[in-house]
Design a binder for this molecule. Structure first.
Ligand code: ADP
Length: 497
C-alpha cells in the first residue's frame, strides 16, 4: 500500500509547529534507492581525489550556511544555541579533515606475501557498498547523520539518511546543500518517516549504519542478519565517571554537571553514574551543587544552559526514574524552578544512589546525576563495570599514569582522563560501543572509509610459470617437490625457543 502519512515537527521548547513532513511511501523508498544506485556508479568512478574535492565544496557551503543549520538544529531539538553551533562545528571540522585526508588513506594497499605466495604480488582494493543507509535518532540530528555519511561518501558509496521523525529538518537542509554544492552527483538523499520507513531503508540498502536505542538496534541487526547484510550499531550507554581522591575536585564537579546535563542529558555518552572516593564526597558534592545552582533554563531566544527534553514521553521516563530512586532510599535534590515547557525536567542530583535503582541500570537520557561512593580503586572499577553497556567513561586523578591504569580496566569503547566525552570531538579516533552499546565503530580516520567497503584481494604473478608447482598432474616428482617445499617452509619457521 502506498498511503502517504504525514506528521508535524514541533519545537520542544514551546510546542510550536515548525513543519509538516510527509512520510515516504514504500514506492518513494524504492525510487530513492534506484536513483542512488544509478548515481553511485559515476560517483565511484570519479576517484577519491575528485570525491574529496566535492566533499570540500560541501564543507564550504555548509560553513556559509552554518547559522541557518544551527538555528534548525536548535529549533527541532530544543537544545541551547551554543550546543547547536558546536554540533555544526564538529561536522565542518570533521568534513575538513576527512575530505583532505581521504586520498591519502584510500589507496590500493600492497601486502607482503608469505613463503607460499612469494611468487605473487599481493594487494587489496576496496570496493564501496553501493548504497549505505544511515538511520539516526533525534538528539544530534545533523552530527550523527553526517559523521557516518561523510566517510561513506568519501569511499565512493551513495548514502540514504533516515533521520528521526521528530528532527528531520537540519538533515533535509544538509541534503539540499549537497545538491547545490555537488549538483552533478546526487548521491546523498534523506527520507522522512518513522520506524516503517527505517525498516524499508534497512531492507533496501547494502550496509546499515544505525544510531539509536539498544532495543531498536537489536531489531535492525536481526533484519540485517536475515539478508546477510553488514551493519554497524551505535547504541545506548550508561557512562560511569570515576573520581579518585586526588582529583581536581572543582574541575571534576564542573565536568560531572556538564557531562550529565549537556543537551539536557540526551546524549548516549552523558555522564549517567558518578563514583566518588568516599574521602572526598563532601567536597565534591559541595562543588557539584554550586554548579547545579548556577544552571539557567533555556530562554526563548536560545540562550541559557538547559532546555526541555525532546518529548513529554521522555520527560515521563526520567521522572519515573527519579521517583524510583527516592523510593529506594536516594537523597533526591532538585535544582532551579520548573519552566513552562511541558517536557522540561529540572536538573536533579541523587545522593546515596545504588545499583538496585533504575537510574543506575537503565539509560536515563535526562538531566540526572546519581552519585555512589567507593572506598577502593578495585571497588570503583567493579562498580563502573557492573553494567550491560560499555560506551564511554571518564577517570579523574591528578596522577595521569594512575588514571590511565584505571582506564585500562574499565570496559568501555572510550575512556577520557580528566574530561567527559572528549573522544567525541576527536574524530580521528574510533567511536565504538562495547557490549549492549554497539557493534563496530564509527570514524577513526582511514578505518571509517574502509568500513563502508568490501575488500577485494588481488593476486598477480610476478613470474609467469607454465604451471604452478601444485597443479595437475599429480606425480611422484610433484610429490617430491611439494615435500621439499614443505621442508623449506619448516626450516624458515623453526621453533623460536
Ligand atoms: P529513540 O532513540 O528515540 O529510542 P529509536 O532508537 O527507536 O529511537 O530510533 C532511532 C531511529 O531508528 C529513528 O530514526 C527511528 O525512526 C528509526 N527506527 C525505529 N524503529 C526502526 C526499525 N524497526 N527499523 C529501522 N529503523 C527504525
Amino acid at each position: 500500500m502506498n498511503v502517504s502519512r504525514s506528521s508535524v515537527v514541533r519545537s520542544p521548547r514551546d510546542g510550536r509547529v515548525l513543519a509538516e513532513i510527509q512520510h515516504s511511501t514504500p514506492s518513494e523508498v524504492e525510487g530513492a534507492l534506484w536513483d542512488l544506485r544509478s548515481a553511485q556508479t559515476s560517483w565511484e568512478a570519479l576517484g577519491v581525489r575528485a570525491r574529496s574535492h566535492a566533499l570540500a565544496a560541501f564543507r564550504d557551503r555548509l560553513a556559509v550556511r552554518r547559522d541557518d543549520l544551527a538555528d534548525l538544529v536548535a529549533a527541532e531539538t530544543g537544545k541551547p544555541l551554543v550546543e547547536a553551533h558546536v554540533e555544526v562545528a564538529f561536522v565542518i571540522d570533521m568534513l575538513g579533515t576527512y575530505s583532505r585526508k581521504s586520498p591519502k588513506w584510500f589507496r590500493e594497499r600492497r601486502v607482503r606475501p608469505t613463503l607460499m605466495s612469494r611468487h605473487k604480488s599481493l594487494s587489496i582494493w576496496h570496493s564501496p557498498y553501493p548504497v549505505v543507509g544511515v538511520i539516526t535518532p533525534w538528539n544530534f540530528p545533523l552530527g550523527l547523520a553526517l559523521l557516518d555519511a561523510v566517510p561513506a561518501l568519501a569511499a565512493g558509496a551513495s548514502v540514504l539518511i533516515k533521520p528521526a521523525e521528530q528532527t528531520p529538518l537540519a538533515v533535509r537542509e544538509a541534503v539540499r546543500i549537497w545538491d547545490e554544492a555537488v549538483p552533478s552527483h546526487p548521491v546523498l538523499k534523506a527520507l522522512t518517516g518513522g520506524p516503517e520507513v527505517g525498516a524499508a531503508v534497512c531492507e533496501g540498502v547494502d550496509y546499515v549504519q544505525f544510531t539509536g536505542s539498544t532495543r531498536t538496534g537489536r531489531m535492525v541487526a536481526e533484519a540485517a542478519a536475515r539478508s546477510l547484510k553488514p551493519y554497524g550499531l551505535e547504541l545506548g550507554g550508561k557512562d560511569p565517571m570515576i573520581v579518585l581522591a586526588d582529583a581536581d575536585l572543582e574541575r571534576a564537579a564542573r565536568a560531572a554537571v556538564f557531562g550529565a546535563m549537556c543537551n539536557a542529558g540526551q546524549m548516549c555518552t552523558s555522564v549517567e553514574r558518578v563514583y566518588v572516593d568516599t574521602r572526598v564526597l563532601e567536597e565534591f558534592v559541595h562543588h557539584v551543587e554550586a554548579e547545579l545552582r548556577a544552571l539557567r533554563p533555556l530562554e526563548a531566544d536560545g540562550s541559557g544552559d538547559i532546555g526541555p527534553l525532546v518529548s513529554t514521553e521522555q520527560a515521563r521516563i526520567v521522572e519515573e526514574q527519579i521517583a524510583d530512586a527516592a523510593q529506594q532510599g536516594g537523597d533526591v535534590r532538585r535544582f532551579g524552578s520548573q519552566i513552562e515547557a511541558p517536557s522540561y525536567v529540572r536538573p536533579t542530583l541523587i545522593l546515596r544512589a545504588h545499583h538496585a535503582m533504575r537510574c543506575m541500570r537503565e539509560e536515563t537520557f535526562g538531566p540526572l546525576l546519581p552519585v555512589v561512593v567507593f572506598s577502593s580503586e578495585d571497588e570503583a572499577v567493579k562498580l563502573a563495570n557492573d553494567s550491560s553497556y560499555g560506551l564511554s567513561a571518564s577517570v579523574w586523578s591528578r596522577d595521569k599514569r594512575r588514571a590511565k591504569q584505571v582506564a585500562s580496566r574499565v570496559h568501555a569503547g572510550a575512556v577520557n582522563v580528566n574530561d567527559v566525552f572528549a573522544n567525541i570531538g576527536a574524530t580521528m579516533l574510533p567511536q565504538s560501543g562495547w557490549n549492549d552499546s554497539g557493534v563496530g565503530a564509527r570514524l577513526g580516520g582511514a578505518a571509517a572509509l574502509y568500513k563502508y567497503c568490501r575488500a577485494q584481494a588481488i593476486t598477480v604473478g610476478r613470474v609467469d610459470l607454465p604451471v604452478e608447482p601444485h597443479w595437475f598432474p599429480y606425480s611422484k616428482v610433484r610429490l617430491r617437490r611439494v615435500r621439499w617445499g614443505l621442508r623449506v617452509i619448516q626450516r624458515r619457521w623453526r621453533p623460536s625457543l
